[in-house]
Design a protein around this ligand. Structure first.
Ligand SMILES: Cc1cc2nc3c(=O)[nH]c(=O)nc-3n(C[C@H](O)[C@H](O)[C@H](O)COP(=O)(O)OP(=O)(O)OC[C@H]3O[C@@H](n4cnc5c(N)ncnc54)[C@H](O)[C@@H]3O)c2cc1C
Length: 518
């Protein structure tokens, strides 16, 4: 298969990129692939919404910039923060024009408040913002004839010079992709390739990310020697529901703390006053470490979030998903405290990109959570990631449209790119062994590379991960490639990079906390 542009991933980043590009370059052939169905993504689960300045009486671009810089402990790139914040309102307006719906108050957008924000500025749809955005974007992309989708197709590797005899152009030419159904590996060549593969929370036992968030784009980029930055800045969300629902960790949005709920220990005592003057609305890294400290101090597996003082009608109106999901595990949040614990939530780093979202490999863009733009630095401000995805996807689409009109790669060149060469051994796919290795990896990372690290714990993680790496490589060399094995290979790469980058980081900043430095 051949496309002008291959987009890998159909969350807010990939979809909004495709819509823009399809509008700007109606003759461009765009292929999109998605590991699961089009809907499944981190975007689908976003509850809070998009941080964007819209009330210019009570809020300002300068305040949003300041809050973002402060949350990141002044490690964000201020120039990037500035243009993202200023371009945000136009991107949200466009999203509404494309069919996304947000809650309103009178004629204006209803604005929520989240930790680290000095003003109410979260544009949202109840507590299901991501689902509504995702559905609107899917409907929009379906309206373009020049966009083709392949669901349940997973990236295996980016095609680079490494795969093409005597090629030294130093660029990306598309990707090898595996289909879930028949496990065939297909070659999709492209003038431009876009990674929009989202997060990697599945490196940990407790994560708010869905099972497909395994850092596949990061793994493939790493193998293609693309620059990757700041993977040691893993944001843990302070309040995920304990226990899991159907094996998944469910997020309790920060907006519910914005609405007045309070963290309490198992004795029912509020404890945030011992940790930060902003109390329950301190930035996530501070709240997560506070909960972690309480859990260690009292040797408990969770703390409580108390939403009982919030008016029941307000809970029903603004937090219907949380209400329903908690009821599934027998918790009525209008009467009961909610058991919560921190869970891996967002990778602040990723594939290093410039202001047009170009990676260090020519012909390859990275957008959304898999990228590192400089917006988040050492810690992401709540609800800045959907904003980042929209702004950088728009910039990348504009740039792609300009580049497409000048590309020189011929169909003759693309025809020379070989098909995937793998092992012929199809007898034993070792699914159970792969599953066990994935669990071991998650335990290694959660025990040693979690909210609080030490030099010793990082070394232990490196040593134990090496064994998982050796087992994975053996499976890779001796068995037919399956989607599960590709995923495991990527998880190992991402975990390795997280450990190595953490070992090199010399101080405590933002979400990075090493006890040895205290
Ligand atoms: C529970 C939860 C709540 C959140 N709440 C908010 C919020 O309120 N506000 C906010 O700003 N941010 C929030 N975030 C973060 C935000 O949702 C994500 O950062 C953002 O949605 C990422 O968008 P994306 O397009 O980069 O990736 P995603 O939406 O994760 O999409 C990734 C896409 O890549 C595909 N993919 C992955 N691997 C492969 C592969 N190997 N081959 C092919 N396709 C692949 C997936 O199938 C998917 O289509 C939340 C995250 C979670 C998990």
């Amino acid at each position: 298969m051949h496309a002008d542009v291959l987009v890998i991933g159909t969350g807010i980043a990939g979809l909004s990129y495709a819509v823009r590009l399809a509008k700007m370059s109606p003759d461009a052939k765009i292929i999109m692939i998605s590991k699961r169905d089009l809907l499944e993504s981190n975007t689908k689960y976003a509850q809070g919404g998009i941080a964007v300045v819209s009330n210019f009486i009570k809020d300002s671009y300068e305040d949003h910039v300041k809050d973002t810089m402060e949350a990141s402990a002044y490690t964000s790139n201020e120039n990037v923060v500035d243009f993202v914040v200023r371009e945000g309102p136009a991107r949200v307006k466009e999203l509404i024009e494309w069919g996304a719906q947000f809650d309103t108050k009178g004629k204006k957008l209803h604005l929520g408040k989240e930790g680290g924000h000095s003003a109410e500025r979260i544009v949202h749809y109840k507590d299901r913002s991501g689902l509504h955005i995702q559905n609107a974007l899917i409907a929009k992309v379906r309206s373009f004839k020049n966009i083709t989708f392949f669901e349940n197709h997973s990236l295996v590797d980016l095609i680079t010079d490494h795969h093409i005899p005597n090629s030294k152009k130093g660029r990306c030419y598309g990707a090898y992709v595996i289909s879930k159904k028949d496990e065939e590996i297909v070659k999709i060549t492209a003038q431009l390739t876009v990674l929009s593969t989202g997060g990697a929370g599945q490196v940990y036992v407790h994560t708010t990310n869905p099972t497909a968030a395994t850092g596949d784009g990061l793994g493939a980029a790493y193998r293609a020697k693309v620059h990757i930055e700041n993977l040691h800045f893993v944001q843990f969300h302070p309040t995920a529901l304990f226990p899991k629902i159907d094996g998944n960790t469910f997020l309790i949005t920060e907006a519910i703390r914005g609405a007045g709920s309070i963290l309490r220990n198992l004795r029912g005592e509020a404890f945030m006053q011992h940790y930060d003057e902003r109390l329950d609305l301190a930035p996530r890294d501070i709240v997560s470490r506070a909960i972690h400290a309480e859990m260690k101090k009292h040797n408990i597996r969770h703390v409580y979030l108390d939403a009982t003082q919030i008016d029941t009608e307000k809970l029903k109106q603004e937090f219907p998903t949380i209400l329903t999901n908690c009821l599934k595990v027998g918790i009525d949040i209008s009467k009961d405290y909610i058991p919560v614990l921190p869970a891996a939530h967002y990778i602040c780093g990723g594939i290093d990109v410039n202001e047009q979202s170009q990676s260090s490999l020519a012909g390859l863009y990275a957008i959304g959570e898999c990228s590192h733009t400089g917006l988040h630095g050492a810690n992401r401000l709540a609800s800045n990631s959907l904003l980042e995805a929209l702004v950088f996807a728009a910039r990348a689409a504009k740039h792609s449209s300009e580049v497409l009109s000048k590309t020189e790669l011929t169909s003759n060149f693309f025809n020379k790119i070989p098909n995937w060469k793998g092992t012929e051994n199809v007898s034993n796919q070792k699914t159970e062994r792969i599953r066990k290795l994935r669990v071991i990896l998650q335990q290694i990372m959660s025990t040693n590379v979690g909210i609080i690290k030490t030099g010793k714990s990082l070394q232990q993680a490196e040593d134990e991960l090496h064994k998982v790496y050796l087992s994975t490589m053996k499976l890779y060399q001796q068995n037919k490639l399956t989607p599960q094995l590709t995923t495991l290979r990527n998880l190992v790469s991402v975990a390795y990079l997280m450990i190595k980058q953490a070992q090199k980081y010399p101080k405590n900043k933002g979400v990075y906390f090493n006890k040895d430095y205290v």
